[in-house]
Design a protein around this ligand. Structure first.
Ligand SMILES: C[S@@+](CC[C@H](N)C(=O)[O-])C[C@H]1O[C@@H](n2cnc3c(N)ncnc32)[C@H](O)[C@@H]1O
Length: 243
């Protein structure tokens, strides 16, 4: 790809979002840090993905992988995982951690759109979790994910719904009352309704197969999958129809 085209594709990035995660990256694998919620939801989302896509032996692309919490867990389940992110420091942390944990993954600093140009249709499974709400044009990332998956393959997204309850719980509750996340982690305007995400998916040829909420109980301090409650955090499972 020529440099101008690359710059255009890298246009779908908010530098302040990348900087935010780079500043926190050294604590990515500390289960009591700002990344505690990601550590706590990881077994739930890993099982959700594995049960539907069967990770062992699959070529998996993890878009917006950060420090590699999900990427590594999928590699431990036997997947051949490539993790991509535009943050340099989270990727350094991910590479260091994989050495400690003894699994092999390929981490690359590249955008989903660039990757889609390079390797269309090459992945059995594409995951893009907790990332869409941090980019200026999430529909473009959805299109890239759809290009990257092979016909018959699976794509998983997770993000946060946009409604007053999501504002109250994901921003006021999580950032200001319970301090589960640093203030400013999320911008309400970037939250995405399931209907919007479904529309973007269908426009690419992806079939939306299932969605499930991920709820937090502040009394027991536990998360669980809630198939009928997508009012705040939710996951979406899609598959690419064969032509
Ligand atoms: C909340 S973290 C989620 C990390 C990981 N997906 C997970 O769920 O464990 C969001 C990640 O998205 C990355 N990110 C933000 N904008 C991006 C972009 N335009 N392209 C690639 N990655 C991006 C950040 O660097 C950060 O690592």
């Amino acid at each position: 790809m020529n440099p101008a085209a690359r710059d255009t594709q890298r246009g779908n990035v908010d530098p302040s979002e990348i900087a935010k995660f780079e500043a926190l990256a050294s604590r990515w694998w500390d289960p009591d840090s700002e990344f505690k919620p990601l550590h706590e939801i990881n077994p739930l989302r890993l099982d959700f993905i594995d049960a539907r896509a069967g990770l062992a032996g699959k070529r998996v692309l993890d878009v917006g992988c950060g420090g590699g919490i999900l990427s590594e867990a999928m590699a431990h389940r036997g997947a051949k995982v490539t993790g991509i992110d535009l943050g340099a420091t989270p990727l350094e942390v991910a590479r260091l951690h994989q050495q400690e944990s003894g699994v092999t993954l390929d981490y690359r600093q590249v955008s989903a759109e660039e990757m889609a140009d390079e390797q269309p249709g090459e992945f059995d499974v594409v995951t893009c979790l907790e990332m869409l709400e941090h980019v200026p044009d999430p529909a473009a990332v959805v299109r890239a994910c759809a290009t990257l998956v092979r016909p018959g393959g699976h794509v998983f997204f997770s993000t946060i719904n946009r409604n007053p309850k999501a504002y109250a719980l994901a921003i006021i509750g999580a950032e200001y009352v319970l301090s589960l996340l640093p203030r400013g982690t999320h911008d309400y305007r970037k939250f995405i309704r399931p209907s919007e995400l479904s529309t973007w998916c269908r426009a690419t040829g992806l079939r939306v197969r299932e969605q499930s909420g991920l709820t937090y109980n502040p009394l027991t301090r536990t998360y669980r999958l809630a198939p009928r409650d997508v009012s705040v955090n939710y996951m979406m499972h899609c598959s690419m129809e064969a032509p």
